[in-house]
Design a protein. Structure first.
Length: 299
């Protein structure tokens, strides 16, 4: 079967296209995806905390989820995940609850095509996708330990990372800024961070997993990749398919999962394409973690 021709700024291999499109019965991404995570039966009896930036949108989602599931133990917490200050404030507030965190899903993500800088001085894509993910995960470790040995962290990465090496140019300061390339780099960091966390916390009873959700016809995709969305309209995954692999990772017995691995459609998937020469770049993760810890001002 021939792969479709895409007017797309990142070269996509046939393997990637098959991962994105051929198994269409699962998994979506971006905004609707977070909502779908918690309307599935697997979480109906759970206590769930949604961490949202927008109070209005968060309250709308909260009301809809409670109505659909009948679960009143769904709560809204406000936090802008592009802000280290807000993440730390949220983590401090939440830690006062002194409740174990069994599952942390790092679902917040951004693909901004223009170079924007946050009020704290960080490139916006990096601030949300990498620094925010790193900071909230590290901040939740003490509460995740309380849920050991069943605790787990699921980071929603992307097959877009296949095109990118791990680089220490975290904020795309060299060369002409390319939002799509920065997104791919960010997602590569997430996969390498998952490996590193798995190694760091292997004796603490916390499992770490990254995953590729697939591309879906959502407002986020339409805004960030309009040409891609238009050309493949009707062939992308649905919102209803979005929660499948995240929920599967959240609910599977941990002995059936491999901490540090990358998952796609309920199965382990390769982290590197053959001949892409990206594997060796993961050796850079230690100094990158040092930089992230310094940026987040974590002890």
């Amino acid at each position: 079967m021939q792969s479709p021709t895409l007017n797309f700024r990142v070269q996509i291999s046939p393997i990637q296209l098959s991962m994105f499109l051929l198994q269409k019965w699962r998994v979506a991404a971006f905004g609707v995806y977070g909502y779908m995570n918690f309307t599935k039966n697997g979480f109906n009896g759970a206590t769930v905390y949604m961490v949202c930036r927008s109070k209005e949108k968060g309250e709308t989602a909260l009301s809809a989820i409670r109505s659909k599931t009948g679960n009143e133990n769904v709560h809204l917490e406000l936090c802008d995940l592009s802000s280290i200050t807000e993440i730390k404030s949220f983590a401090n507030r939440f830690s006062l609850k002194d409740k174990p965190v069994h599952v942390l899903v790092n679902n917040a993500g951004l693909l901004e095509n223009n170079r924007l800088i946050t009020s704290e001085g960080f490139e916006l894509n990096f601030a949300v996708n990498v620094l925010g993910t790193y900071t909230i995960t590290e901040s939740m470790v003490p509460l995740l330990e309380k849920a050991a040995p069943d605790a787990r962290v699921i980071t929603v990465s992307s097959g877009g990372m296949y095109t990118a090496h791990l680089t220490d140019d975290l904020e795309f300061n060299s060369g002409s800024f390319d939002g799509m390339e920065q997104y791919a780099r960010n997602k590569r960091v997430q996969v390498a961070l998952t490996e590193k966390w798995s190694e760091m916390y292997k004796k603490k009873g916390i499992g770490f997993y990254s995953m590729h959700p697939g591309w879906a016809e959502t407002p986020g995709v339409a805004k960030s990749m309009p040409s891609f969305n238009e050309r493949l309209a009707g062939n992308l995954r649905t919102s209803e398919e979005g929660a499948d692999t995240v929920l599967w990772l959240a609910l599977q017995p941990k002995e059936k999962l491999v901490s540090g691995s990358f998952y796609f459609d309920r199965a382990e998937a390769r982290k590197h394409l053959k001949f892409a020469a990206t594997a060796a770049s993961h050796a850079r993760i230690d100094p990158i973690v040092d930089v992230l810890r310094s940026m987040a001002n974590l002890c």
